[in-house]
Design a binder for this molecule. Structure first.
Ligand code: MG
Length: 172
């Protein structure tokens, strides 16, 4: 069984992952409308990955005999000045998610819930990836500056991104 504190925290995390999904979907739709389908593709895959994150937590809550509570998802921004602005917002958001995962980890230890702590380990590594990828894309866009050919190539590179289900989901 999950303690009430852990269950509430996991439900808050599920909501945060779904909000992340919503944020990246909004970015995907924005850049599609702006004529950058590769950038849009990258964010639409990110949208799916965030849904996977939520699903991993939802499956886990049920596995532990808890109750998933899907709360309202807050609205998200709808407009970004440029791809670099969106990736900077992505990095900033992922840093907040990392802090939430770390808080959850601390709570799991305080509640002596080692199964939850163990489940969180995958997310700890995943957050390193998320932040690093955002940073790399920001660096590339800094190099590109306002070079049109650079942006064309960046868009083409991001068009090649494909979706793979998050590891914990394919293991289940
Ligand atoms: Mg996530």
């Amino acid at each position: 069984m999950l303690t009430p504190k852990i269950q509430d925290a996991l439900n808050a995390q599920i909501n945060a992952e779904l909000w992340s999904a919503y944020l990246y979907l909004s970015m995907g739709m924005h850049f599609e409308a702006e004529g950058l389908p590769g950038v849009a593709n990258w964010f639409k895959i990110q949208f799916k990955e965030e849904q996977d994150h939520a699903m991993i937590f939802m499956n886990y809550v049920n596995q532990r005999g808890g109750a998933v509570e899907l709360k309202a998802i807050d609205g998200v921004p709808v407009k970004w000045e440029s791809p670099i602005d969106a990736f900077k917002a992505t990095l900033e958001h992922e840093q907040k998610v990392t802090a939430m995962i770390n808080d959850l980890y601390l709570l799991a230890e305080a509640e002596k819930d080692y199964a939850t702590r163990d489940r969180l380990n995958w997310f700890v590594s995943e957050q390193v990836e998320e932040e690093n990828t955002a940073r790399e894309l920001i660096d590339k866009l800094r190099m590109i500056g306002d070079n049109g050919m650079g942006l064309y190539m960046f868009n083409t590179e991001l068009a090649a991104r494909t979706y793979t289900a998050a590891a914990p989901l394919s293991e289940e």
